[in-house]
Design a protein around this ligand. Structure first.
Ligand SMILES: [Cu+2]
Length: 320
């Protein structure tokens, strides 16, 4: 394998995972080691996902009618196929309530990223969006790969740099360069698009990190297989955990919030909606808990391959 396969070899090693300098869920920073693995150079694109759907007839969560038995408290008008779409507001709003800019749009799905009247023209090379965890997982299985653990994702994102704020270093815009698709202006109403993109961008539009991986910051959040925890667990001081993963959903539920009974998995990398006045999460340590059944216009994914653990990958780019 090499870069012509669309995957990059990530050498095993040890790193400082998390950060004590930003949001509580990223702390405490702690040392972790991961074995070597291969990772998709870019997020999975619309064109790649299309091939999977064409070959399998797969229907994503957003394209199915939700089972009312699983959502006893839901409005029946929301129990239709659809997904969450970001809609900019006319002016400044209360930033503590995400419902000001996220709308459940019936008919929004990966083929219709802004709703039924939108489509995929010109977006073949954009990351696929509106994928719930099981959609990402199904794609990964089909190509003979897997989804990364949070530790693998963060280790790869850091690109060999130790404890830097961003995947390229400590400065957001080194020498004035735009390094990622984030939000410029005041979120969620003033989208200046100084980076050239109001929403998603073709994968690989910005410089790669030290391992040759593109879009490890911004563009779309990416699913990992770990369940969310409100903080990292404090590593045992005697030893560095090796290939850690959070395999229990127990700490992931968002008590007291809508959908509190749905487990949450970790998403990484931030998106084109991350803005300095709202969400500084275009950083490798950043993480969010995302309900596994929820898809949005700013979440995608990429896959990994663990030699010895998976069968030979297929179906993606040059593997066929
Ligand atoms: Cu954000």
């Amino acid at each position: 394998m090499g870069s012509s396969t669309g995957m990059v070899s990530i050498p095993g090693g040890e790193f400082l995972m998390g950060s004590n300098d930003f949001y509580p869920e990223e702390s405490p920073a702690h040392r972790v080691s991961v074995d070597g693995f291969w990772m998709d150079e870019r997020p999975v694109t619309v064109a790649e996902f299309q091939r999977f759907v064409d070959a399998t007839g797969f229907r994503t969560v957003a394209e199915r009618k939700p089972d009312p038995a699983l959502y006893p408290d839901a409005d029946s008008e929301l129990l239709v196929p659809g997904s969450l779409v970001f809609l900019p507001t006319a002016g400044p709003v209360d930033l503590s309530d995400y419902r000001n800019w996220w709308s459940f749009v019936p008919g929004a799905d990966w083929r219709h990223p802004e709703g039924p009247d939108s489509g995929l023209v010109g977006r073949d090379e954009h990351p696929v969006t509106h994928v719930a965890f099981e959609d990402a997982s199904a794609y990964a299985g089909w190509v003979g790969k897997d989804l990364p653990t949070e530790a693998e994702w963060e280790y790869a994102a850091r690109g060999g740099l130790e404890a830097k704020t961003f995947v390229w270093g400590d400065e957001f815009a080194p020498g004035g360069a735009t390094m990622a698709n984030t939000w410029q202006g005041e979120f969620p109403w003033e989208n200046l698009a100084l980076d050239g993109y109001e929403r998603t961008s073709p994968v690989g539009s910005f410089p790669p990190n030290g391992y040759g991986l593109f879009d490890m910051a911004g563009n779309v959040w990416e699913w990992t297989m770990d369940f969310f925890t409100p903080r990292h667990s404090q590593a045992n001081s005697c030893c560095v955990p090796s290939n850690p993963r959070v395999a229990s959903p127990d700490a992931s539920y968002a008590a007291g919030e809508p959908g509190a009974h749905i487990p949450r998995r970790v998403t990484k990398g931030g998106s084109h909606l991350c803005a300095p006045n709202y969400c500084l999460r275009y950083r490798p340590a950043a993480r969010q808990g995302q309900a596994v059944d929820t898809s949005t216009s700013h979440i995608g994914f990429r896959c990994v391959f663990r030699p010895g653990a998976n069968s030979q990958p297929r179906g993606n780019r040059d593997y066929e």
